[in-house]
Design a protein around this ligand. Structure first.
Ligand SMILES: [Ca+2]
Ligand SMILES: [Ca+2]
Ligand SMILES: [Ca+2]
Length: 504
């Protein structure tokens, strides 16, 4: 600003001087440093008052630029009589060079203030430039909402990937909930107190206490002791997030005949990154996760060893992603009563009464493995079905890119996929169920159900280079964009049949 005022004054004085040429000589004997005197000396250095003023002799002279002469595209610094690139930051408009340096050239910022003009990105990385966010790979003031983390390499805001990237210690769906929306639970913390407020320092001991506190997010730390069963029935929304390895965050109910997790009465419940254990002594009753008129979301959850169903849903909306449902005494996943069911990238194995039962629901099941080798098979000698039973499917139902393998039931017709109404199995591998993998009501398209050996890997699930039945044989238009591991699909010439996409 100082330079700007100086320049303005100099111009005004020059304008005044131009209309008063006759007096130039008089004034200049007394004050030869005046701009008009400097200008006059530049025109004619031999004038008496010029003396040894030190006017740069090599400056071209057009008579209209003050003490610097003609600066061309540059500006005149009247204090130094030098031509410069900038007099203030307003001439420095790029992120790489947003500050006006002491030598009059635009240079990289030193502080955030140097970035606060011309709509430049707000954060200065000293000596490098202005960026969208700070230079460390953590939650940044400049990053928020769906992209709370500053990527130090990309210099841009992105979603969080780990809890440690969020200041409040919790990352959910790429966002960092504020501390005010989180209560903490830690069952083996000696300071835990269910009569407290669930702070990170003094957490609740049980999940139910966290739910009852009314916060949207219940963050559950690992515990050497199991967490007790709980119920969510307020009609509100709650998200329970395991912070730690899901195998170290276990919810278990040991009384026979009771459910471990219950969501009812129009409530919305999400579980992430934890395990739901049952009595571990089948058969008895009690589901792992019981949902009635609930909007239930399970992500990265293991449900095992429950007496009855692993997941039982009556009505409501159920979304399961990256879920493992195994070793339950009843059906692995049972949904009925017009529930809206989405199951992706999940494994359903070793469930005694069958793997997946879809009765009068709309469903979208893709990239799932149902069954497997040996004890991974679903069903038993007294099961009603082995792998999948579909009854009265509602409009819009899909069963795409799944692998149904080696399940057992007393009748061969019901061991693989048992359809109670006409239904088309798409892009799927159904194998290892004796002579009939599909019951007569099931049809199939772009699938492998013939009984010919699919040449699977020794794990009994993944395709190999020899799996001619299935490699690139699916309908690309119907195939999901990933496979059971989240790998990109298609790989190679086209999408593969089944839950796994094999890359050559
Ligand atoms: Ca703990
Ligand atoms: Ca392929
Ligand atoms: Ca794969």
């Amino acid at each position: 600003m100082t330079r700007f005022i100086s320049l303005t004054l100099a111009v005004l004085v020059l304008i005044a001087a131009c209309g008063d040429d006759d007096n130039v000589g008089e004034n200049c004997f007394e004050s030869p440093e005046l701009p008009e005197c400097v200008e006059a000396c530049r025109e004619d250095p031999t004038r008496a008052f010029c003396g040894d003023m030190g006017i740069p002799g090599d400056m071209p002279d057009t008579g209209d630029m003050g003490p610097c002469g003609d600066c061309g595209d540059q500006l005149c610094d009247t204090e130094s009589s030098m031509c410069v690139d900038c007099l203030s930051e307003s001439e420095c408009t790029t992120a790489e060079a947003s500050a006006c340096g002491s030598d009059g050239s635009c240079e990289a910022c030193a502080t955030d203030d140097d970035c606060d003009h011309d709509d430049l990105p707000p954060v200065c990385v000293t000596g490098e430039g202005c960026f969208e966010c700070g230079d460390s790979n953590v939650e940044s003031d400049d990053c928020s909402g769906a992209t709370p983390v500053c990527d130090g390499t990309e210099r841009s805001c992105r979603a969080c990937a780990e809890h440690a990237e969020c200041a409040a210690g919790l990352c959910v769906d790429g966002a960092c909930p504020p501390a005010s929306d989180i209560v903490w639970v830690d069952g083996d913390d000696s300071a835990c107190d269910d009569g407290g407020t669930g702070t990170s320092a003094v957490p609740f001991c049980e999940i139910q206490a966290g739910l009852d506190a009314g916060a949207e997010f219940v963050a559950v730390r690992d515990s050497t002791t199991n967490y007790a069963w709980f119920q969510w029935d307020t009609g509100e929304r709650a998200t329970i997030v395991g912070v730690g390895d899901r195998s170290d965050i276990n919810i278990r109910r040991t009384e026979a005949g009771e459910d471990t997790v219950r969501c009812v009465s129009g409530s919305t419940l999400s579980l992430r990154g934890l395990s739901v254990l049952g009595q571990q002594t089948a058969p008895t009753t009690g589901a792992g996760v019981f949902a009635s008129d609930c909007t239930l979301t399970l992500t990265d959850v293991s449900v095992s060893g429950n007496g009855q169903a692993g997941v039982s849903a009556t009505g409501g909306t159920v979304t399961l992603t990256d879920v493992s449902v195994s070793g339950n005494g009843g059906v692995g996943i049972a949904a009925s009563a017009a529930a809206d069911v989405t199951i992706r990238r999940s494994t359903i194995q070793d469930n005694r009464d069958g793997g997946l039962e879809l009765e009068s629901v709309r469903f979208d099941v893709e990239n799932c493995v149902i069954g497997g080798l040996g004890t991974d098979a679903n069903g038993s000698a007294d099961a009603d079905f082995g792998g999948v039973r579909i009854t009265s499917p509602m409009a819009g139902s899909r069963f795409v890119n799944n692998s149904v393998l080696n399940n057992v039931a007393p009748l061969a017709l019901s061991a693989g996929v048992l359809c109670g109404a006409p239904f088309d199995i798409k892009n799927s591998l159904v194998h290892g169920h004796g002579a009939t993998n599909l019951s007569p009501m099931c049809t199939s398209s772009d699938s492998h159900v013939s009984g010919a050996d699919p040449s699977l890997d020794t794990d009994g699930i993944h395709l190999t280079a020899s799996s001619g039945c299935c490699l690139d044989m699916a309908d690309d238009a119907e195939a999901p964009a990933d496979d059971i591991e989240g790998d990109e699909r298609p790989c190679g010439a086209g999408a593969d049949i089944g839950a796994d996409e094999h890359c050559p």
